[in-house]
Write a protein that binds this ligand. Sequence first.
Ligand code: ASP
Ligand code: MG
Length: 408
Amino acid sequence: MSLIVQKYGGSSVANPERIRNVAKRIIETQRAGNRVVAVVSAMAGVTNHLIDLAKEVSVPLTPSEREMDVLLSTGEQTTIALTAMALQSLGAEAASLTGAQAGIETDGLHTKARISNISPDSVHELLNAGKIVILAGFQGKTSYGDITTLGRGGSDLTAIAMAAALDADLCQIYTDVDGVYTCDPRVVSNARKIDVISYDELLEMASSGSKVMQSRSVEFAKKFGVIFEVRSSLNHHPGTLVKEETMSMESIVIRGVSLERAQAKVTISGVSDVPGTASVIFGAVGNANLIVDMIVQNVSKTGITDISFTVHKDEVSKAVDALRPVLAELGDDVNLEATEGIAKLSVVGIGMRSHSGVAAEMFKSLSDAGINIQMISTSEIKVAVIVAEEDIDRAANVVHETFGLSKI
Ligand code: ASP
Ligand code: MG
């Protein structure tokens, strides 16, 4: 008998009808001769609603993170009970477990706790008694018994970590799309579902805007070698298999194209080209807890240079505020400028490690389409460019076409 860990996201359990649909799928899986642990998220919108309530009652303070975890964990606790009830009404034997009951222990970093240990004795006991186990995603407890949560999207992590702890034969992540696509199908109409993708490619695509899974859960899967499949809970199509790369996966140079809108660029010009300037700039930005994406610094001929970086557009005013006090340290005639209305397009593929010319091909297709590139950055398996936001959909389409991604 195989042991299967399934995870159903918020959209798959959004209402009673969908919960009953999930229950039916779980029963199908069990009837096919498997033992099943199903991890569920809060019903769609519930976590956000709870966050709003917390803010409302806490004004003018920020809600305490410990209480936030007590609150947010109720979203998943609701779903496990409802799913177990739906299963029972369909004649199956099922029991729900909270993260704490399932032995998921974490550190004390409330709202973004890390799993430190899993002792799944209660899960084994229920499975041995022939029951389906419905496990609350996104939550655990500290060694002192305090409730913690694992960061937004953390039910993915619960599923991957539980699959590792139970040494499951299969881990399936059910969502409302058929899998990971070569590009967002709302932008590129002939985008195709990817059959197999490596952990590293999925991580790069996630950091470039294609959020199918919580990045921490993919890192965890990579570390512990958990192979998983992302697939739809609304049909029976095979999904996308995510695993360590193999030689044959390298023959495909570009796996996918991802885009990230709503970016902004901050440029500090007239900066003295001396040791320490970048550290002053990014020290100030880092102290304000801002996440910087691309960074470009020009070589200087005159001892004066420009430094630009990008952040999400919601963070740009915070970045400017953080930089103002340190400008005088950067040179005599420094100018600070922020521009919105830009977006990032990335091509990702492990095949890039052994193929040259990817960047050139991408740049040529953009130039043929008359699209100006404002910034460029690369990693071993990614080339990313910043373009005007109004060009991003067209850019995604031409690049997707150039690399033949609709046909592989
Ligand atoms: N309910 C949590 C969230 O919305 C966890 C999850 O859905 O994975 O972030
Ligand atoms: Mg999710």
